[in-house]
Design a protein around this ligand. Structure first.
Ligand SMILES: CC(C)(COP(=O)(O)OP(=O)(O)OC[C@H]1O[C@@H](n2cnc3c(N)ncnc32)[C@H](O)[C@@H]1OP(=O)(O)O)[C@@H](O)C(=O)NCCC(=O)NCCS
Length: 168
């Protein structure tokens, strides 16, 4: 497994992982209707927009097998939440279900952290749904709860936690 910076021609693969991982991760958390209506085509559009509008030091990384199959991605950059003192943000990290709990998430996480540090960031935050087992992943990597808010997805009110690392 290797982690490399993503290229714009990876968007189809990234979008496919995004949809599959949302559907497996958020089953029972986000409404079935919302999840079944997610499409790779609309995610491709979102990811193309992301690649064309990367902020100052935003990076996208992919995890790729020796055979060249992309199985996960991470994305981070400057924090978008100025109410928190943390200057970097992990925007997204998703792996296909069959590749979870093998240490790949930790590698994708570290790639974002290293890139933030290279760009002068000293801290980092992210948002995660309270019921997502990924909360334990972030806590095992030293994150701590720094805030919470209620959001609406597919008509359901859900609680998101802000997790922060005061020092990278
Ligand atoms: C969250 C995610 C990126 C973590 O990556 P991963 O490769 O599965 O995690 P790792 O194998 O690197 O785990 C590192 C440590 O985190 C902790 N951890 C990871 N997943 C966990 C889980 N589901 N429950 C409890 N602890 C967990 C463990 O301490 C683990 O170490 P261990 O396996 O030696 O016990 C991955 O599971 C994933 O893509 N999940 C679905 C999508 C998602 O929820 N993304 C986050 C959205 S905010």
């Amino acid at each position: 497994m290797r982690i490399r910076e993503a290229r714009v021609d990876d968007v189809e693969k990234i979008a496919g992982i995004h949809v599959a991982s949302w559907q497996s991760t958020y089953k029972g958390i986000i409404s079935e209707t919302y999840l079944s209506n997610l499409t790779i085509e609309s995610r491709v559009k979102n990811w193309l927009w992301t690649f064309n509008n990367l902020n100052d030091f935003e990076k996208v990384f992919v995890a790729e097998t020796e055979e060249g199959n992309i199985v996960g991605f991470s994305n981070g950059g400057r924090s978008r939440y100025h109410e928190y003192k943390h200057d970097g943000e992990l925007y997204a990290i998703y792996l296909l279900k069959n590749y979870q709990r093998l240490g790949i998430g930790r590698m994708l996480f570290r790639s974002v952290v290293e890139s933030l540090k290279e760009n002068g960031c000293t801290s980092m935050m992210l948002w995660v749904l309270e019921n997502n087992p990924a909360v334990s992943f972030y806590k095992s990597l030293g994150g701590r709860s720094i805030g919470r808010k209620t959001i609406t997805i597919g008509g359901d009110r859900l609680v998101e936690l802000a997790i922060g690392w005061d020092s990278l």
